[in-house]
Structures are given as C-alpha cells and as structure tokens.
Design a protein around this ligand. Structure first.
Ligand code: MG
Length: 456
C-alpha cells in the first residue's frame, strides 16, 4: 500500500505510524495555532479509531504550544464537532478522522468558526505554514489552556431533532437497522432514533474503531446490513461512515438503493415543506434536478468538495444542499454533511407519505452512473477540457459548466471530466437513463482526453 501524507483542502491524511505520526500531528496543531494566533480557542474531537487519542493529544499539544486554548470534545461525529465549534463560538475546529478510509489511516480536518472545512485559500495557507515550519510558539507560561466538554453528541441530537417532527416519526413506530461500523455514529445516533420513537437494531455499535468492514458505506461493504434488514422485517436500514457525516440507505426488502439516493430523498422531503434553491457538486446524480424541478426549485452546481458546496449554498441562499456520496447539508443544523439529519428527514418522509422506502425510490427517475479515471498531469487537464468542449459545442442542446474541470449537461444525461486534487489522474464520470448512453459518453470523453495527454 502506497503511503504518503496527503495534505489537501480537506485536511491531512496518512497511514498512522507511517506518514502520519504524532510529530506531524503536533506540527499541524502548531501550524493551525499560528494561523489563528495566541488567545484564540479551538474545539477538537475525533472518530473512534484506536490511534485517535494519541493524535488528538498531539494536535492539542501543538495548539497549546502557540497559546491557543483547546476544548476537548472527545469522540463525536464530524457534524457534532462542527456544530460545537459554532455553538462554543470557537475560532476554529479540528476533527481527528480519516472518514471512510480503512482503519490503518487517520487524518486531521480543520474547520472554520462556522463548522465548515477551511476554504481552499486557508487550507493552502495552513500548508504553507506547516511546510516552512514557521510556528509562532509561545513561552511555557503563556501556553494555551485545555478544557473538556462531553456534550457534543447530545447537543447535536437536540439540534437535529428540533429540525424535524419527532412525534410524526414516532407515530409510525419504525423498526430501523443501523450499521455504525463501530465509528463515531455509534454513540449519538441511537439517541436520535430513540427521540424519533424507532425500534433500533444496531449493528457494529461499539465506539471502538474496530471496523467490522471497510468503513465506506457502499454496496460491497453492506451485505450484513442488507441481510439483517430483510431478516428482521425492518422498514429501512442505514449505514454511516466512520465519522458519521455520510449515510447510505437499504430499503425494506434488504436492497441497497445506492448512496446517490440519500441526498435526492432528503431534498425531496425538504422541498415538500419549503421552497428554495439547493446546491450540490458537479458529479452528483441528476436525480436532484428531477426532484427540484418537480418542486419548481433551482439547483446550483458547485465545484467538488464540501467547502465549495457550502460556499455555493451561502452565495445563493440555498435552503439545503449536499453531495452525492450520501452527504446532506442542513444549514439549520450546521454547514457540514450530516448523517443524522439524513436519517431524521428520510424517516419523516416515510412517515408523512406513508410510503415504503422502495416506493419512494421508485418515484424518482433511475439513472446509471459510470466512472473511470485516466493518468493525467496537472498541465494537461485544461487542454482536455478545451478539447472536450470543442466536440460537444457542435450540439445545440449542450450546456457547459467550467467551474471545476468541465461538466457537459445534455437534456437527459451529463458527463464530467476533472483533475483530482490529490493524485495525477483525471476522473471521467457520466450519468444517463441507460448504461449504454452513459458508457458511450465516458468512452467519447476518454478518447478525447487520451489523445490530448498522448501529445503532452
Ligand atoms: Mg466521512
């Protein structure tokens, strides 16, 4: 397994004891503290990985070294830590998590005072401070102070519950199977489901970080969940990733519906209550376009990356947003992806419509998404975009979005080519009503891109 420290707009990630050591974590604590300045306060918490306490301790030490005060939130979901960053009026937040990555990884995510991840500009500033090792450390007697707050999970649940109609959900008395992959959702999520009056069958519910399966909530990792939903005759199954910001859904027949449906269903619910704009990234399923169109609402497409979606939501005063990989963003809770919001909204949607999950899914047009990647240097990506655009410009019905690579929207399909932020590759993704059409779009763009990169 290749191990290099990835320092990107989403934070730092590496293999624990390899590229990611307590020393690196302390340096990043010092770098973030240097950016904020002595006397400021940071809220910090972690997912359940066994390496979490040591790494959180190291980041904390680095922050204290620069005179920054630290509030220790211990184990909590990423949305709970983000929410607490805002509620405590902290000057920044830190989550020690590698999200959906396997157990040997860990990472450090840095948050703005709003709870959202750093902007690209601040992330690159942080990287610059770290690379130069220009840390503004203070004298021993001026080091920051540390305090504790054990209430993150409970306050998160409280805030989510206020945004939904708990008694409407409770009246339906749903039986729910939840797979928390022994991650950060293990503690908070049962509290929410209890508030919503659900009967809970909880799989992988110990906050040990001992992942029973790879913690990405995708089909190949959720066989047990599907089986138990069916075997238990449950109304629905939910799967969280290790930091509980993403959610995948299994219907009452034990069928994994695909992670793209989480945002589409939650958006359908939200727009059934309130009208307004919604935002998502370039590569999220067009199901959200159908859902929004049916409600007479507009979809804003932003560059990929959670912070970019949030920026788009703020700029366009969106009432809801998220990303296709199972991440919904409810501004009334906190401006990050939140699996607990998704659970509450999907359950209320089922309760109020009286429809089973499979029926709600059947009401949304079905698409096929095809993804591929090709090697591509940083310089070639722009040339590929120009070449692809030239080919599709011959079609009158094509619309182009170039805020992040190139996205070509056709009346009933789309294709997107964009360079990765972390690897020298280009991802080509297409979605259409049929596999043939999606595959043909990917093939067409791939051929154009390969011709361009071969010249390079
Ligand atoms: Mg995550």
């Amino acid at each position: 397994m290749e191990d290099r420290l990835i320092v990107s707009v989403s934070g730092v990630r590496g293999i624990v004891g390899g590229s990611l050591t307590p020393q690196v974590a302390r340096e990043f604590g010092r770098a973030f503290g240097t950016m904020l300045g002595a006397g400021k306060t940071v809220a910090i918490g972690r997912d359940t990985r066994p390496s979490g306490p040591e790494l959180q301790g190291a980041v904390t030490a680095g922050l204290l070294d620069t005179g920054v005060n630290v509030v220790d939130l211990a184990v909590a979901s990423t949305p709970a830590i983000a929410l607490m960053t805002r509620l405590l009026a902290a000057d920044g937040g830190v989550v020690v998590t590698a999200s959906h990555n396997p157990g040997e990884y860990n990472g450090i995510k840095f948050l703005q005072p709003t709870g959202t991840g750093l902007t690209a500009a601040d992330a690159s500033k942080l990287k610059g401070v770290w690379q130069a090792r220009r840390f503004a450390t203070v004298e021993q007697d001026q080091r920051g102070r540390k305090s504790q707050d054990a209430g993150a999970g409970a306050r998160h649940v409280e805030t989510v519950a206020k945004c939904c109609d708990a008694s409407a959900v409770a009246a339906a008395r749903f039986k729910v199977v939840l797979d928390s992959v022994n991650g950060a959702g293990s503690l908070e999520t049962p509290m929410l489901l209890e508030r919503l009056g659900c009967e809970l069958v909880h799989l992988n519910c110990e906050p040990t970080g001992d992942f029973a399966h790879p913690p990405e909530p995708v089909a190949e990792n959720l066989a047990e969940l599907c089986e138990v939903v069916k075997g238990q005759g449950a109304a629905v199954g939910f799967a969280q990733d290790a930091d509980a910001d993403r959610l995948a859904i299994v219907d009452e027949n034990g069928v994994f519906i695909g992670e793209e449906y989480t945002l589409a269903l939650a958006t359908a619910f939200v727009l059934s209550k309130r009208r307004g704009k919604v935002a998502t990234n370039m590569v999220t399923s067009r199901m959200i376009d159908d859902v929004a169109e049916a409600a007479g609402c507009e979809v804003i497409r932003t560059p990929t990356g959670e912070a970019n979606v949030v920026e788009g939501m703020l700029a366009h005063e969106c009432i809801f947003g998220g990303e296709g990989g199972g991440g919904v963003i409810e501004p009334r809770v906190v401006l990050v992806r939140d699996s607990l919001v998704a659970i509450a909204y999907v359950l209320q949607y089922m309760a109020e419509t009286g429809r089973a999950m499979s029926e709600l899914v059947a009401r949304i047009p079905r698409y096929v998404m095809i993804k591929t990647k090709i090697p591509c240097g940083a310089g070639a990506a722009e040339k590929v975009a120009v070449a692809v655009r030239k080919v599709f410009e011959t079609r009158e019905d094509a619309a182009f979005n170039e805020t992040d690579g190139l996205r070509v929207a056709l009346p009933d399909a789309w294709v997107c080519a964009r360079a990765s932020n972390t690897e020298p590759i280009m991802r080509i993704i297409a979605e259409a009503g049929s596999r043939d059409v999606a595959e043909a779009l990917v093939k067409k763009v791939r051929e154009i891109a390969e011709a361009v990169t071969a010249e390079d």
